[in-house]
Design a protein around this ligand. Structure first.
Ligand SMILES: Cc1cc2nc3c(=O)[nH]c(=O)nc-3n(C[C@H](O)[C@H](O)[C@H](O)COP(=O)(O)O)c2cc1C
Length: 229
């Protein structure tokens, strides 16, 4: 196995820790070459039996504008959401507290009080505005695959987002972009068996957007990993 220098290892650690969800973008498009570069890295993600079940649809320019407008119209008209995959069941206290901490970090950065329902609604709407990102990727998988294979798409997503971070591109994974999968299938001419798992908005981070100051913590190793000899 290749021996990495201490500096290279520190760089990996730095990229992993510095990646954060970006929820406000500059309008500049990512140059084609850079776009190809990060997707080139992402395709080396691992998957069970190397089946590479991910199917990625990237919308930019007019396609992105149309998707964004359509999402906003549907949300404004309270069109019922129709995700391909069900949401979580009732989760336990540990998980709920982590979710709350995540919300506190984001609303805190945005100056929104928990009691401010309208403010929280506006923050939620930013999802369908794609946080103004100039690009959005939809991560899809055919419905022949089971839950365990869905994990492969998560592998891909993390590789992609780390490659983006390393190249100065911000991103935000968005489960909320599962809301209207038919729109994705229509736009990209996908067959009905191709299901939308989540989206990733991406582009260059706007440092002046307050939401981008939000940072989250992580549970410790001892809370999440059991080591046995
Ligand atoms: C699969 C997935 C779905 C997510 N969905 C959303 C979303 O719909 N909206 C949002 O603002 N953030 C979303 N996030 C971002 C998480 O809130 C974020 O990753 C988490 O709070 C950790 O923060 P960090 O990404 O800044 O490290 C999602 C992340 C993942 C991995």
């Amino acid at each position: 196995m290749h021996q990495y220098s201490a500096q290279e290892i520190a760089t990996l650690d730095h990229i992993v820790r510095e990646r954060h969800s970006v929820r406000g973008y500059l309008p500049e498009q990512i140059p084609d070459e850079l776009m190809q570069k990060v997707f080139e890295t992402a395709r080396w993600s691992p998957s069970g039996t190397n089946v590479q079940p991910w199917q990625i649809c990237v919308a930019s320019g007019e396609t992105r504008d149309r998707i964004r407008a359509e999402l906003l119209e549907r949300v404004a008209n309270k069109v019922a959401t129709n995700p391909d995959h069900p949401g979580d069941a009732k989760i336990g206290d540990v998980w709920r507290e982590r979710k709350r901490a995540c919300a506190r970090a984001l609303y805190g950065a945005m100056g929104i009080e928990w009691e401010d329902r309208e403010g929280r609604g506006r923050a939620a709407m930013r999802n369908h505005e794609l946080f103004d990102a100039p690009h959005v990727a939809f991560l899809c998988i055919d419905d022949v695959f089971g839950k365990h294979t869905v994990a492969d798409v998560g592998m891909y997503a993390q590789t992609l987002m780390l490659a983006m971070s390393a190249n100065g591109i911000g991103s935000c994974a968005q489960g909320s972009l599962r809301d209207y999968p038919d729109l994705v299938r229509e736009t990209f001419d996908l067959p009905p068996e191709t299901k939308v798992l989540f989206g990733i908005s991406f582009g260059f981070e706007d440092p002046d957007v307050p939401a981008n100051q939000a940072r989250t913590e992580r549970a410790t190793v001892s809370e999440t990993v059991k080591f046995l000899n």
